[in-house]
Design a protein around this ligand. Structure first.
Ligand code: ZN
Length: 145
């Protein structure tokens, strides 16, 4: 029988109830009967751990970000354009949104497209790469991604 590929391993992942980030076992610490988030240091109950494939927490995904009001409101949309992944989030300015997209993993080309669309219309939909282990600035519901 073939051994399952290492990449298909199922691991315990934490979805933090404070910062809503998602992380694999190398990024949270088990302590005093809880799991401490590596991003915001909040202690979560062990019930917040979920079994997930290792790819989900180690590989980037692509999402769409719908934005309006001159880049001061945005929400995440599934790459298939139908599933809303998160609520509308307010940003202080278009620059703040751009910084957030860069932090989340947007490539230079994606950011340039975003800036063009922003300048032309003040609203639109930008495709953005989402890297693992980022604070969940767009409050993405990981079950829908
Ligand atoms: Zn956290």
């Amino acid at each position: 029988m073939l051994k399952p590929k290492r990449a298909n391993r199922v691991v315990a992942c934490l979805v933090c109830w404070t910062c809503h980030s998602r992380m694999g076992p190398n990024h949270f610490t088990l302590k005093d009967g809880g799991a401490v988030c590596g991003l915001c240091q909040t202690k979560n109950p062990l019930g917040n751990l979920r079994k997930r494939s290792i790819q989900e927490v180690t590989e980037p995904s692509e999402i769409l970000v719908c934005f309006t009001q001159g880049g001061t409101a945005a929400h995440a949309l599934h790459i298939e354009c139908k599933t809303v992944l998160g609520p509308w989030i307010n940003f202080a300015s278009a620059e703040t949104l751009e910084k957030a997209l860069r932090y989340l993993g947007a490539t230079d080309a994606q950011l340039a497209d975003h800036q063009n669309q922003m300048r032309r219309c003040g609203q639109g939909t930008s495709q953005v790469r989402l890297l693992p282990l980022r604070k969940n600035l767009l409050r993405i519901d990981w079950n829908k991604l």
